[in-house]
Each structure stands twice: as C-alpha cells, then as structure tokens.
Design a protein around this ligand. Structure first.
Ligand SMILES: [Zn+2]
Length: 147
C-alpha cells in the first residue's frame, strides 16, 4: 500500500511541476518524460492487478480491497496523464524564442517578450509529431476487464 501511495505522489509532483510552468516556458521533453513515467506506472499497476487476479484464481484468496485501491490509483494516474498530454498539445502550438526562451503563438513573426525575430527550426515538425502524445486508446486494457 505504501508503494502505491509513493508512486502516486511522485506522479502528482511531476504534473504539478510542469503545470506551474504552463503559460510560461514549457519544456516538451520534460512533459514527454512525465507522460512516459505515468504510462509505465499505469502499466505496472495493470500487471499487479493481473497478478492479484491470478492469485485469486489459483489460491482461492480474495484481494477485492487491494484491487479496488489499485483501480482507483490507475484512474488518477490516467487523469494526470491526460493533463500532461494536454500540456504537450498546447506546447506544440507555440514557437519558442531562441533569444529568451519564451513561447509565442505559432505563426508569430517576432517574440512578444523580447522582440527577437522568430523562426521555426527545420526539424521542428519532426520533433513535434503527434506520436509525442501518448494515446491511451493504444492500450488493450479496460478497467472493466480487470474486475
Ligand atoms: Zn524572446
């Protein structure tokens, strides 16, 4: 139980950290890391759920409470991941100023903060492909299948 709480707190801290930066400078690579962390935590919890189900089937023990707790944790992690993906999506709509690092509306010619001429790096489109957003529809798991 302690482990699950620790994991959840870490995920919350990661989202809070990037969330505070929203509207200022958003570091997409950090957001990607946070999303990847959240996704791997969710995957681990799916595995624990599967293990508990296996134990129930083979030993006859019931882990109903443990499973409920994990399902709630997964739901929370999923909503955190959605927030992170939203931040990534909104960061992608911005052009970063090479001079001061602030993000400007995509298509803007000059930085609204320092006035530097903005240009879009040639490889920016490659860096910011839709693949960067981790999509949960790829998952085969549904909570209903696990209960
Ligand atoms: Zn600037």
């Amino acid at each position: 139980m302690g482990i699950f709480e620790d994991v959840l707190l870490n995920a919350r801290a990661a989202v809070d950290t990037v969330g505070q930066k929203a509207g200022k400078v958003i570091d997409i690579s950090k957001l990607r890391l946070a999303a990847a962390d959240l996704k791997s935590e969710i995957t681990q919890k799916y595995q624990v759920l599967g293990r508990l189900t296996f134990e129930e089937e083979t030993t006859g023990k019931i882990y109903e409470e443990n499973k409920k707790e994990i399902v709630e944790n997964i739901k929370e992690l999923k909503s955190h991941l959605e927030s992170v993906n939203d931040l990534i999506a909104s960061a992608k709509q911005k052009t970063k100023c090479d001079n001061c690092g602030s993000y400007n509306t995509r298509g803007a010619l000059f930085c609204s903060k320092c006035g530097e001429k903005l240009h879009i790096a040639e490889n920016e489109e490659d860096h910011m492909s839709p693949d960067d957003v981790i999509d949960f529809t790829e998952d085969n798991f549904e909570d209903d299948d696990l209960l």
